[in-house]
Design a binder for this molecule. Structure first.
Ligand code: UDP
Ligand code: MG
Length: 137
């Protein structure tokens, strides 16, 4: 069964949205396979966001993602990579429709509450960065 890597970012954690966001994935029918409250180090940020390392927004992104605890998770279910991205809404929360997570809780292109893998290969790469195989239940 397909799995994806989801992370509630420091803004979502600061605002106390973790329970509500987990409930959305549960209610859609997805199964929680792993969850870890942690800080992202600058080294882990550079690996996780390797495709963005040379972009002008990367320094601000690293500062943001390392600024407080995140909740790293693996969720499993039918077509979960694509459906989770649809539930999240566009990267720029100002463009995300109401009813999506970003569209309901943010107006920012940087502090946009949640991360979700953009493809099955990305999901496999990201899960391996954050979890050991034995940590998936
Ligand atoms: N980001 C940013 N400024 C930008 C584009 C992206 O700060 O102009 C941040 C934002 O937090 C985003 C993350 O970098 O979620 C990764 O960008 P990506 O384009 O991969 O968006 P996502 O896959 O998260 O929707
Ligand atoms: Mg992305």
């Amino acid at each position: 069964m397909e799995q994806t890597f989801i992370m509630i970012k420091p803004d979502g954690m600061r605002r106390g949205l973790a329970g509500e966001l987990m409930a959305r994935f549960e209610k859609r029918g997805f199964i929680l396979k792993a969850a870890k409250l942690m800080r992202v180090s600058p080294e882990l940020s550079k690996k996780h966001y390797a495709e963005h390392a040379d972009k002008p927004f990367y320094p601000g992104l690293e500062q943001f993602i390392t600024s407080g605890p995140v909740l790293a998770m693996v969720w499993q279910g039918h077509d979960v990579v694509r459906i989770a991205r649809a539930m999240m809404g566009a990267t720029d929360a100002a463009q995300a429709p109401s009813g999506t997570i970003r569209g309901d809780y943010s107006t920012s292109k940087s502090e946009n509450i949640i991360h979700g893998s953009d493809s099955v290969p990305s999901a496999q790469r990201e899960m391996a960065l954050f979890f050991a195989p034995g940590e998936l239940v």
